[in-house]
Design a protein around this ligand. Structure first.
Ligand SMILES: Nc1ncnc2c1ncn2[C@@H]1O[C@H](COP(=O)(O)OP(=O)(O)OP(=O)(O)O)[C@@H](O)[C@H]1O
Ligand SMILES: [Mg+2]
Length: 307
């Protein structure tokens, strides 16, 4: 593997809070690396240390095998979790202004076409929509044609269609051979875009793998959703049970046929049952005990055994 970025034993301490607690990872060039975790896990602190925004209290960061040189910021693109834009500049003027800071700036029209901003090129920054602002932040991060791109929650606040559009742009950027470090609270986004994922919790990396392997490591069956009073006491003892906030519960099983047969025997109403394969969201709930995606409606794990 050719690591474009290597992080070794990285530490950040804020008073008594060890925000980043000795984490290590390497990112292969041309891949999308997802840093996921609940609020306050240390994701932004981690990427801001790599971006040279925050000074680490310990550890080592290597870019293309060497300590980051003074030219590092020329080669990376950064989309912060929040960025203030000058309200009176137009989208085009903003991109021109930032482009002038770099020797290797992308053509502004090309950047606008890539990020679907051409239609609003002449609009002032304070008149564009939230989704257009997110795309402008992305275009600004891309303006120096970076090898390595940091995207800190790039799709927060976007409507579902705008999020799909953004995924397409990120996919195109990936196909151009750029390496992406992404943080997100949307598990579907991470599953779709990331080649590898590190799950952070309380400053540490608690799991790291491809999305597929993470899921298969923790879940190897299917998930059945049924009414909260659908299980007999006997069955409740035998299955992994998660209670949701919408009057349903989820159980894990490796034998769908046997499980459904038992449910039918116990007289549960099958019209209120659904079956799905486990996803990254399940892995997160399992590992962190927290719900990450705003829409899942799930609570922490309640029970352990799988049948
Ligand atoms: N400048 C600071 N001073 C003190 N504590 C800080 C500072 N910045 C971050 N922290 C603390 O460090 C921890 C990690 O914060 P960080 O912003 O990295 O979390 P995050 O994983 O990005 O969370 P989110 O998903 O909410 O963006 C939190 O407990 C936070 O309160
Ligand atoms: Mg953050």
């Amino acid at each position: 593997m050719t690591a474009i970025l290597e992080v070794k034993h990285l530490v950040k301490q804020y008073g008594k809070n060890r925000a980043v607690d000795g984490i290590s990872f390497a990112i292969e060039a041309g891949t999308c690396f997802g840093l996921l975790g609940p609020n306050g896990a240390g994701k932004t602190t981690t990427i801001e240390m790599i971006e040279k925004v925050i000074v680490p209290d310990g550890g080592e960061i290597l870019y293309k095998g060497r300590p980051r040189s003074s030219g590092f910021l020329e080669e990376v693109g950064i989309q912060f979790q929040e960025t203030e834009l000058l309200a009176f500049l137009t989208v085009r003027e903003t991109l021109h202004t930032f482009g002038r800071l770099y020797q290797n700036a992308m053509d502004v029209d090309e950047a606008m076409a890539l990020c679907d901003l051409t239609e609003v090129a002449s609009q002032q920054n304070d008149n564009i929509s939230g989704g257009q602002r997110q795309r402008l932040w992305l275009a600004l991060a891309l303006i120096n044609q970076p090898d390595l791109l940091f995207l800190d929650e790039p799709s927060t606040g976007l409507d579902p269609n705008a999020r799909l559009d953004l995924w397409q742009v990120i996919d195109t950027i990936k196909q151009q051979g750029r390496t992406i470090v992404l943080t997100t609270h949307y598990m579907e986004e991470a599953e779709k875009l990331c080649d590898e994922i590190a799950i952070m919790h309380k400053g540490r990396i608690i799991a790291r793998d491809t999305p597929k392997k993470l899921i298969s490591t923790y879940f190897n069956g299917i998930t059945v959703t049924l009414p909260v009073d659908g299980l007999t006491k006997d069955m409740e003892k035998q299955y992994t049970v998660r209670r949701k906030t919408d009057g349903h519960m989820e159980i894990e099983t490796n034998d769908a046929n046997a499980c459904l047969a038992r449910l039918m025997d116990s007289g549960v109403d099958l019209t209120d049952i659904s079956i799905r394969t486990p996803n990254l969201e399940d892995v997160f709930i399992h590992l962190t005990g927290k719900r990450l995606s705003p829409n899942s409606g799930q609570g922490p794990d309640q029970n352990k055994k799988k049948v």
